[in-house]
Design a protein around this ligand. Structure first.
Ligand SMILES: [Zn+2]
Length: 421
């Protein structure tokens, strides 16, 4: 059935201006017309959007779908449902499943699972090395032939710089994006949180900032030498932002991402040994958080990516040292960024759309989503005057483990509209 969204304000990248208009979506999900005070044609469902925003669907470059192999944490169906619930209408699946996605055949079987669900685009990334073991190259040609555009060992670094060099040389030749989780295992050891005052106070082993910073610098250097396109995941320190800034100044083909958690929280939030704050990389200092926000605003940091990492509540109920790293993010990112950064006036919706909708699609080679006549409907209705209680019942993910659990965030996503769904 065709739908008329009355009096919503359209948010867009590149413009802070918000003007209330009506948006008519035809019964095939195409935006037929946009304009003021439209009369509702017959047989049209009218939705009153007074006071609400219509926001282009977000795109998350960093999602752990867990299927196949860890369906007790998440399935592709629950992942898609969580994404839509959080205003995310497309995403990239990390290849750290069981088995890891390291060949064209495994990409094909994952693509088949995704199309069976028939929901939003969920694009498989492939591994850089066989089995994510960091020993020999994965099947680049087979994966490229299946349409993969991002390769990553997701959660593991490629320890040997010579192998990383060969990965980047092949990736460059196939025009594939190399994406790296930046960590130096010999420095991280069994660390559980940022190395510093809080780790000393809690008596837990720390992960030094330089564990990530050294890996960032090394990976940038290899990208400079090979000419490959490099995307750095989950930048967490001020020094990391500086390194990316300098690399971009030098013309290196590098992009990077930050998580909503690192933009909003610090090591001081790791109170009471709450494992919902146990992240990889760990939450850092307030000065790091400020540098990440500044880097996001000035464009040194290209995108926000949630690093949606489902683990069951049982797994996360272990003690802080033994609990797995990571929390979910698909259903909390838009709300948490609105509550913590947009509502207080740190930046506007235009920047969030640029960094969590437009730029991530660009990096993976997709067209941006826009709310314009003739375009497919792909937006969510956001009510800034409402509040959302982050109760367990709110979540569609199988693993409602997040630092925001139990909190009330400003704003609410009323619904996500996608043509054909
Ligand atoms: Zn991850």
């Amino acid at each position: 059935m065709a739908r008329l969204f009355k009096n919503g304000k359209i948010a867009r990248a590149g413009s802070a201006e918000l003007v209330a208009v009506d948006v008519l979506v035809d019964d095939e999900g195409i935006i037929e017309s946009i304009g003021p005070d439209m009369a509702a044609p017959a047989d049209v469902e009218v939705t009153d959007c007074e006071g609400c925003l219509l926001v282009p669907g977000m795109f998350d470059l960093h999602v752990h779908g867990r299927e196949p192999g860890d369906e007790h944490k998440e399935t592709l169906a629950s992942c898609a449902a969580a994404a839509l619930h959080g205003g995310v209408t497309g995403l990239v699946l990390m290849p750290d499943t069981s088995p890891p996605v390291d060949s064209g055949n495994l990409v094909k079987s994952l693509q088949d699972l995704v199309s069976e669900i028939g929901s939003i685009p969920m694009l498989p990334a492939g591994c850089l090395t066989k089995g994510r073991k960091g020993q020999r190259l994965a099947g680049f040609l087979g994966m490229a032939n299946r349409g993969v555009s991002m390769l990553t060992d997701s959660g593991s670094s490629v320890p040997c710089p010579d192998l990383l060099r060969r990965c980047m040389e092949y990736a460059r030749d196939f025009d594939l994006l190399v994406t790296t989780f930046c960590d130096t295992a010999t420095l991280t050891k069994a660390g559980a949180l940022n190395e510093g005052k809080v780790s000393y106070r809690l008596g837990l082993p720390g992960i030094p900032a330089m564990s990530q910073e050294i890996a960032i610098d090394r990976n940038i250097r290899v990208a400079q030498h090979t000419g490959a396109r490099l995307h750095l995941q989950q930048i967490s320190t001020a020094n990391g932002v500086k390194s990316v800034f300098c690399a971009k100044e030098a013309g290196t083909r590098v992009t990077c991402e930050v998580s909503p958690h690192h933009l909003l929280l610090t090591e001081n939030d790791v109170i009471d040994y709450n494992t919902h704050f146990k992240l990889a990389p760990p939450l850092r200092l307030e000065s790091d958080r400020e540098a990440l926000v500044a880097g996001l605003i000035d464009g040194t940091i290209d995108v926000i990516a949630s690093n949606h990492s489902p683990h069951t509540e049982f797994e996360k109920s272990a003690d802080f040292g033994s609990a797995p790293f990571g929390v979910t993010g698909l259903e909390t990112t838009v709300l948490a960024i609105y509550d913590g950064l947009i509502k207080p006036g740190i930046f506007g919706w235009d920047l969030l759309i640029e960094r969590y909708s437009k730029r991530p699609r660009e990096i993976i080679g997709l067209e941006p989503v826009v709310i314009e006549e003739g375009a497919k409907a792909e937006f969510f209705v956001f009510d800034p005057a409402a509040e959302t209680e982050m109760k367990r019942e709110y979540f569609k993910t199988k693993s409602p483990v997040t630092p925001f659990l139990g909190k009330t965030l400003s704003g609410a996503i009323r619904e996500t509209v996608v043509a054909g769904l």
